[in-house]
Design a protein around this ligand. Sequence first.
Ligand SMILES: *Cc1c(COP(=O)(O)O)cnc(C)c1O
Length: 386
Amino acid sequence: MRQIPTPVSVPLLDLRPQYQSIKEEVLRTTAELFESQLFILGARVEAFEKAVAEYVGARFAVGMSSGTDAQLAAMMAIGVGPGDEVVTSPYTFFSSAGAVARLGARAVFCDIDPATYNVDPEKLRKVITPRTKAIQPIHLFGQCADMDPILDVAREKGIPVIEDACQSLGAAYKGKKAGSLGDFGCFSFFPSKNLGGFGDGGMVTTNDEGWYAKVKALRTHGETSRYHHKMVGGNFRLDALQAAVLHIKLPHLDGWAEGRRRNAHEIQTLFAEFGGRPFAEGGLSFPVEANGCFHVFNQFVVRVGKGRREALKARLAERQIGHAVYYPVPLHLQECFASWGGKVGDLPESERAANETVAIPVFPELTGGQKEFLAFTLAEFSKENA
Ligand SMILES: *Cc1c(COP(=O)(O)O)cnc(C)c1O
């Protein structure tokens, strides 16, 4: 057995070391941009769009103001509106159902697979109705949803698929990257995502030229030529400043993902070496990489048995180990969606996940000592309840 490690504080995420590694290039590039005073769209945004399309393996990419606006614009392009339903996961960030509600439509929730936290394709068919206008699977925490059966149902019924890949740029499913599998891929460059900007940003990817033209027009108020509007859009533009910073970061993304994967693996190995107990024995479980999936660990989420989550959070807080709950309230139980009629018990796996999971640090620059202290703390906790 390993020796008890020295206590050390561990932030959930610290972006400063990453910035130090690219600082000179960022300062040089942003200085050029400030000299040019060209801030809206233009060459830097186009170059970054091209780079992301190539990276993802999609034909087209449109820089957007946020992941939320990417989702909203994809739904607007499809024509989601009053009377329509959009099938999605209840265990995710708010924006997925929020965008549906903003368009006057209704989100219909499909419960998740407890092993991956992504939509369970076996439950999908049952929630599709003649009103289903889009299917929006979430690639949660950095791992793709099981897309083959989802795409099978969607193609059979002729329903477009919007991938919420906001947490999963670089993740892959059977050799294809997130954002290249469905009709639309939506990405976020919120600073805590694996590719994070210096503020908000997002992207829509697609392989279809028609969808591409529509999303691009929607990004500037539905304009098709200057001041001529055939449809109503919004101001969904990505700043040139964000595009410039993100383009500098993009070549590093795979290396950072490898760092996250290595840390995820090391923390689990250390946990076992410290005698940590698995969930089945009253302890704690780590994320599962599903068959055919390449996980990029935007979040590293552990699960503890019923009623133990608050104790784990308290322990981590006491040891100065950063942690967060993603997400404590499944979307069908959000107050603002009460009119959709969701009740406790409707979606048991999503509700269980919302009560049992905690995200812990995994960012690439964690030190060996931090990983040891984190794994030790988890292992110690996992043994107390057995
Ligand atoms: C971050 C995130 C979004 C929204 O992206 P923003 O850029 O913050 O608007 C949507 N879905 C998921 C799963 C996310 O993690």
